[in-house]
Design a protein around this ligand. Structure first.
Ligand code: WQD
Length: 336
């Protein structure tokens, strides 16, 4: 299928572009490069042997985005990654987050309607569940009450897509709720390369291990968990990418609106993650324990039975695989 991928030059977007090409699809990339670099296209070509079409466009720019739909005939589906995604930053810049994430989606939906595109796969997040009432989380658990504007934009966009489908049942929507994406492409060429000090733990650990940062700060060891540190569901980014290909195979069945958790179904604590990283790479990760980070929850992991039964998809890689791949990327592909 010809698939328009917004945010296709990003961490998860670029891995998904590779998985689409490996499965015979034709991705068309749209990205404003606000949080990615143009050389990602060279790396995609180096890994896959093919150079997909890329348009440097901001999805909020109706005229600019319309040109892509005009030029790229027969778009059959859209995978919508484009959006600002830093939790902490969103609490400092809520208007920017609501404007960018909601407007880009509204412009996209208007253009999809104008050009007769009926299939959208949306990059949602476990944050739509807010503070979990119970774990593991299932798709029927209540949505809402995200603890930050970033998470709220995901809740609102899911709602916009549901309402759009109610008004036009020919619009098929698959909501993919990611847990904690980690890891990198095994080639070491593509991975998570955040600007500045990483917010997320995996790039932070990788930069401590490579010597770019001095010490990992563990945000709290007094949670009601077995070892006192926060528990998350860390999923390898390649498994996540393959989940999007599985969703593309599903969307042609005209499913209407359906949500899937994309995780491993296994909770891993911060201390367990550190141990897994040290075991996988042989590199020690010095850390200190600091107070809890505001907004963090004790435990958050997924029940992924629905994706297994309906998408015939299951995460195949484990946390050590992701640590090994993340470290390889940090020491070869990441910006110094
Ligand atoms: C993981 C664990 C921290 C950093 C966020 C977003 C989510 C998704 C993934 C976009 C927690 C601990 C972290 C550090 C630490 N992003 N930690 N030291 O907060 O679970 O999820 O990123 O979709 O939407 O909410 O990820 O990697 O920041 O934290 O101890 O330097 O690591 O307390 O237990 P999080 P994270």
């Amino acid at each position: 299928m010809r698939v328009l991928v917004t945010g296709g030059m990003g961490f998860i977007g670029s891995e998904t572009v590779l998985a689409l090409m490996e499965n015979g699809h034709e991705p068309i990339l749209v990205d404003n490069l606000s949080n990615s670099k143009e050389d990602v296209l060279d790396k995609i070509e180096k890994i896959s042997g093919k150079r997909p079409h890329f348009h440097k466009v901001d999805c909020c720019d109706y005229e600019g985005f319309r040109k892509v739909f005009e030029e790229e005939k027969n778009i059959e589906a859209v995978i919508h990654f484009a959006g600002l995604k830093a939790v902490g930053e969103s609490t400092r810049k809520p208007i920017e987050y609501y404007t960018n994430n909601l407007l880009s989606t509204l412009v996209l939906l208007r253009l999809m309607k104008e050009y007769g595109v009926h299939n959208i796969i949306f990059s949602s997040s476990a944050t739509v569940y807010g503070v979990p009432k119970r774990v593991p989380l299932v798709e029927s658990d209540p949505v809402g009450g995200a603890t930050n504007p970033y998470g709220e934009t995901k809740v609102m966009i899911e709602r916009i897509l549901e309402d759009a489908n109610k008004a036009d049942p020919s619009l098929n929507v698959i909501l993919l709720r990611y847990f904690n994406p980690i890891g990198a492409h095994p080639s070491g060429l593509l991975g998570e390369d955040p600007n500045g000090i990483p917010n997320n733990i995996m790039p932070y650990i990788s930069q401590v291990a490579s010597g770019k940062l001095k010490t990992l700060h563990v945000f709290g060891d007094d949670y009601p968990t077995p070892d006192g540190t926060g528990i998350r569901d860390y999923i390898h980014v390649l498994d996540l990418a393959e989940g999007h290909v599985a969703a593309l195979n599903k969307i042609v069945e005209n499913p209407g609106v359906v949500a899937y958790n994309l995780g491993t179904g296994k909770g891993t604590s911060v201390f367990e993650l550190i141990n897994a990283f040290e075991k996988a790479t042989g590199v020690k990760v010095p850390f200190v324990v600091d107070p809890r980070r505001p907004g963090d929850v004790a435990a958050n992991f997924a029940n992924c039975d629905k994706a297994f039964h309906e998408l015939h998809w299951k995460a195949k890689r484990n946390v050590e695989d992701a640590c090994r791949d993340a470290y390889r990327f940090q020491t070869t592909g990441a910006s110094k």
